[in-house]
Design a protein. Structure first.
Length: 161
């Protein structure tokens, strides 16, 4: 495994644009909340560490990952510079996993190509709970941190384009 024993959330803060004038929306799935809360904490803390004011971070909860698409669409209307979609889908015994993962990834892609506000995909699609734990603050870092960095960079790109 390429990520084995690596923390992928380490970043060089000097390469990140100053985010103190940006507003961010974070839409969080309540399903698998032990994972999504860890991802949210990683994203929130990273935004704060990079100059975002707490009152410039809007959080909305949705029931599950499938509902992230609608939540993110509505969040784009809130005068934010970027949106982070946080979810966790864990493989089960049925094809439900495949349908949800495909729908969410395509839905968020569609928002990115049809709307002006970027939506960052922070939806874990893991084979088991242990993999999700390792990517939401465990030994592989926190994908929420990585999503926040992507959101800052995309907000800067949008501002400059």
């Amino acid at each position: 495994m390429a990520t084995e024993n690596k923390n992928l959330s380490d970043y060089d803060k000097t390469t990140i644009p100053n985010a103190n004038k940006f507003r961010f929306g974070i839409v969080v799935s309540e399903w698998n909340d032990t994972i999504t809360e860890g991802l949210y904490e990683g994203a929130y803390n990273t935004l704060i560490e990079n100059g975002v004011l707490p009152n410039n971070i809007i959080r909305w909860n949705v029931p599950g990952s499938y509902e992230l698409i609608y939540g993110c669409k509505k969040m784009q209307e809130q005068m934010v510079n970027a949106v982070i979609a946080i979810g966790s889908v864990i493989q089960g015994e049925t094809k439900h996993f495949d349908f949800v993962c495909e729908a969410v990834s395509q839905g968020i892609k569609d928002l990115n190509v049809t709307q002006e506000t970027p939506v960052i995909f922070c939806v874990l699609t893991d084979n088991n709970m242990q993999q999700a734990i390792e990517r939401s603050g465990g030994k592989h870092g926190n994908k929420g941190t990585e999503a926040a960095i992507a959101a800052i960079k995309m907000a800067e790109l949008r501002k400059n384009s």
